[in-house]
Design a protein around this ligand. Structure first.
Ligand SMILES: C[S@@+](CC[C@H](N)C(=O)[O-])C[C@H]1O[C@@H](n2cnc3c(N)ncnc32)[C@H](O)[C@@H]1O
Length: 471
């Protein structure tokens, strides 16, 4: 038996030993590495709807309620404190769980979750771990360096997490254990942060409890967030077309959703209607089923420069127009997304996803800005016909210009995906940017059909950014 299977077996035995129930007559944890999906859970018999596949007792979950750390080191977890010093503020739920996970990991054999920690990943394909050259393949996409957030995570870990471990070594390390140098601790913190991102559950849906109850899952009422690592529920892989659901009650129960899950099929959870870019950022994978939720972003700077060059407006004139609006009224980015509905109650994607409009927020902002341009230069936009024409040209030009922000063309991306030798990360980056380009192309097709006329600035019912322009 290889190490991978041995770790799975130890984990399953541990899960049962802490009170977990697992229907091994119906399901099995399988090695899915051959399809780059780590471990997953597979049906070994046909499973009818609403069958409980496994049950996780709440005290098997790792979080601030179950780990010993917050009792040993209460101050950083005490969210009732009002602290002015940013270095000593209580940790948010995210950083709290990172610290708890680091503590449990550093405890080694002494952690009661050791067999569970042993099946959690050591490496990730999320972009925060990509090299510079791998990241270049994401240029132009929604996954900007800010969105990936490497620097921000580094800063938070160095500022809030590492000092607590470095100042309290006897609390964090098991007796005789090697103390990790700062760079290793930083890597461990990133590993735990990424594990939480891809594996943790939001546990806000706990059953109703009374306000003054001290124990249980009510602590983070303030943020309405309680993050926890839920053994076994997180062995489930996920897709936009899914067949199981995690119910949060007294315990956590995983139930089948479909009238019949046939033997041999994978039991799949649902992470939500995430675009490929978000699936990649949080979980490090993409699937064709999530493409219907893809999004693209158009920057206002792109629209603005199309506007200036089309109308022959100087940059400073445009500055003057933008200054007419209150600060923060004008948006910097506009999301383009399809109307993609909800999955069916059985977790199926049945709704035909369709792009119905470019971006109501962009249309609104364009209309407001055009109105101001008309005031400054009445000759530029003499009538409604001209305004609609300008509007149409600018949106079309901006959509076309957006194509130029990616390192490749749509056709090149399609050809790249036909190649067998692309690395996993390169392939995922190409899928993300191709998904965005398909959406932009649909946007251009929509414009050429003349759909989505701009809102009329003279319509008194039009609730728009125009109302917020200073006069
Ligand atoms: C909650 S874990 C699921 C269990 C995981 N496969 C394991 O072996 O530990 C989430 C991670 O599993 C992988 N994953 C989930 N769904 C997947 C899918 N449909 N295809 C490929 N990988 C998937 C991704 O690496 C993701 O970050």
């Amino acid at each position: 038996m290889d190490d991978f299977q041995a770790a799975t077996d130890r984990f399953l035995a541990w899960f049962k030993s802490v009170g977990g129930e697992f229907r091994d007559d119906l399901i099995e944890i399988k090695d899915l590495r051959s399809r780059d999906a780590g471990r997953g859970i597979i049906a070994i018999k046909d499973i009818p709807e609403e069958t409980t596949l496994f049950i996780i007792p709440r005290d098997a979950i790792i979080n601030v309620q179950t780990s010993a750390l917050p009792r040993l080191l209460p101050r950083p977890f005490d969210r009732s404190r009002d602290e002015a010093d940013e270095y000593d503020e209580p940790l948010d739920p995210w950083s709290s769980l990172i610290l708890v996970m680091m503590y449990e990991f550093l405890q080694g054999q002494a952690s009661r979750w050791k067999p569970y920690l042993d099946v959690l990943p050591e490496t990730f394909d999320t972009p925060i771990f990509w090299t510079e050259s791998e990241l270049r393949e994401l240029e132009g996409t929604c996954l900007t360096p800010e969105k990936i957030g490497k620097q921000e995570s580094d800063d938070m870990i160095r500022l809030r997490i590492l000092p607590l471990i470095l100042q309290n070594p006897s609390m964090f390390y098991a007796r005789g254990a090697r103390h990790l140098p700062e760079d290793e601790l930083l890597r461990l913190a990133h590993r735990m942060g990424s594990t939480i991102m891809a594996y943790a559950f939001d546990l806000t849906d706990e059953p109703e409890q009374s306000e003054d109850e001290e124990e249980g899952w009510v602590e983070d009422r303030e943020d309405q967030v309680m993050l926890g690592m839920v053994p076994m529920a997180d062995i489930l892989n996920a897709n936009a077309d899914f067949n199981a659901h995690v119910n949060h009650g007294e315990n956590l129960e995983v139930n089948s959703l479909r009238s019949n899950i046939v033997s041999g099929s994978e039991i799949l959870n649902y992470y939500g209607p995430l675009p490929s870019s978000e699936l990649l950022r949080r979980y490090g994978y993409v699937t064709p089923e999530h493409r219907c939720y893809d999004v693209a972003e158009i920057a206002w700077s792109l629209v603005r420069s199309s506007l200036c060059s089309h109308l022959g407006l100087a940059d400073n004139e445009m500055d003057e127009i933008e200054a007419k609006f209150d600060e923060d009224v004008l948006e910097d980015y506009f999301l383009i997304e399809r109307d993609s509905g909800e999955p069916s109650s059985e977790g199926r994607l049945t709704y035909p996803a369709e792009l119905l409009e470019i971006s109501p927020v962009l249309e609104d902002q364009m209309t407001a800005v055009l109105k101001e341009i008309k005031k400054l230069r009445p000759g530029f936009i003499p009538d409604k016909r001209k305004r609609d024409e300008v509007y149409d040209t600018i949106i079309t030009t901006a959509l076309k210009a957006k194509f130029g922000q990616y390192p490749t063309t749509l056709e090149e991306d399609e050809a790249l995906l036909q190649q067998g030798d692309l690395s996993k990360r390169h392939r995922m980056a190409v899928s993300v940017r191709l998904g965005e380009k398909h959406l932009l192309r649909e946007g251009l097709a929509l414009r050429s059909k003349g759909a989505g006329a701009p809102p009329d600035p003279d319509d008194p019912n039009e609730e728009s950014v125009m109302k917020r322009a200073k006069h």
